[in-house]
Design a protein around this ligand. Sequence first.
Ligand code: M6R
Length: 612
Amino acid sequence: MCGIVGFAGKKEALPILLDGLERLEYRGYDSAGVAVVSLDGDLQVKKSKGRLSVLREILDTQSPLSGNIGIGHTRWATHGEPNDTNAHPHVGQEGKIAVVHNGIIENYLEIKKSLIRKGIVFSSDTDTEVIVQLLEYYYRKKSNLMDAVYAVLNRIKGAYAMGILCSDNPGQMIAARKDAPLLIGYGEDGNYIASDVTALLAHTRTVTYMEDDEVAVITADDVQIFDRDRFQLEKEKHEIEWDVSAAEKGGYAHFMLKEIMEQPEAVRKTISPRLADGEIVLEELRDAKELMKNISRIYIVACGSAYHVGMVGKYALEKMMHIPVEACLASEFRYSEPILGESSLVIIISQSGETLDSMAALREAKRRGSKVLSIVNVMGSSIARESDYVLYTWAGPEIAVATTKAYTTQMVLLLMFGVYLAKQLDRMEQEEYMAVTRGLQELPEKISIVLSDIDHYQKAASRYFNHNSVFYIGRNLDYALGLEGSLKLKEISYIHSESYAAGELKHGTISLIEHGTLVVALATYEPLVEKSLSNIVEVKSRGAEVIAMTTELTASLIGSQASEMFVIPKTHSLLQSVLGVIPLQLFAYYVALNRGCDIDKPRNLAKSVTVE
Ligand code: M6R
């Protein structure tokens, strides 16, 4: 949520900032801005409402902001509507200090009131402006920028990742972090800050992750990092494996389509290092043998699509292990007083590893004495670092706001974990174990088969894109799958869509089914196909138009009742959802394309949700 980039080096900062912001735009895109300081201390700021392209156009018409040090920001509004004034960077009333900030300052009103009483005039509605006004206020009193920074950090409450420039210190950029991601990049021509590694891949892959309460002083040649007591720290550097091309569109019209098409490879990369001679080997859990033996309950906690993976996990893991598994929304989990203890395992699933609700759930779980295993895509992210055990999905950078390859790799990894644990606990017959592991090995190939039918899903979307309301129905694993299909459709096409457990329809929702209502009926979970068929007949006899998805085994049975069929290859029934989600992603993508939507950057959304 919101993107920050900063550079202190030996080159002009502006092109680097704009390039970085372009790569970060998926984090927020309602306004953008940059600030650059020249060697003689001229602080120049340009910002504007709208996409980065608007800012670029404005900058093109003016003499360029010149200087080797700068900060940039792309915004997802929390406090104050998206407009030029509320865009970052914010500058204090003396025009000396500029700040970009991600997160929320919870006590901003109280600070704002006290500064107004001291005669300080605010120009924006943002919480961020209190940071910069307070900084200038303390700087005036203390005449030392670092003293002022620490005074501000002691005063503000809430979450922040911030970049600070001061015209009196033109060679220096300051960064600070608490509960919002921020990393430092070390390049040949200078040093960087960014909220997300994708902003830096074109310049460097050597990074340090800032921890909560750390403050960094960054110049062209040096990076110094301090803790909350101002002791200097020796921090570890990490090498990022992602390639810069992985974060580019590579000829596709949208990142979403590229990422859908990358799924065979992403799934292969996630599975193959963990399968040796037909055995699932989770090296990451080598030290967890004792814990694994004693697990009596699993909570899978996540948000959005990652929660939908958790729903698949609930059904599948219970079948594999015969212990209770609950899927919980992270935003609810920590307020629900979960009954946790040493024999409960909490699994947090997150692509970004930065989702605030998931992070808070993780901390709550640890506070209540449970071990936390996370399934995360972004290496070194906050959730990964705070978990007891981490399983990384090797999906590569995911840029489109609507998740696709992260979802499938999360699901594959969760299922692998389930099979692994079932084996450890002696809950799965050897024959079944071998059938699932065989199924896992075949998944990338079968995903490619589904993708080869892309034209079919495109045509279906062009037939149905005009519907204003769509229902997804399914039972058991198909219900979990429908939740994701429905979310995919609504978030990028803005069509109202709901997902229901098919057997639940008759308890109320069926009253909404009328002539022409579009129902996507999912019947891929073989043990319940006949029951799903009855539900299809129920909606059809009330006039619904039905798109049915099933496997090649049951296509003729289901096909007799549907106006449109999505037929996918058969795999092990516990893995079927991995294949089932692909047509739903493609359908949503092409529906949104037909409706002229901004697919990679849907309205009101952002890729990484770091506010509560
Ligand atoms: O980064 P995370 O996996 O924690 O993100 C969780 C959700 O915000 C995310 O899955 C969201 O629902 C996507 N936009 C869905 O496509």
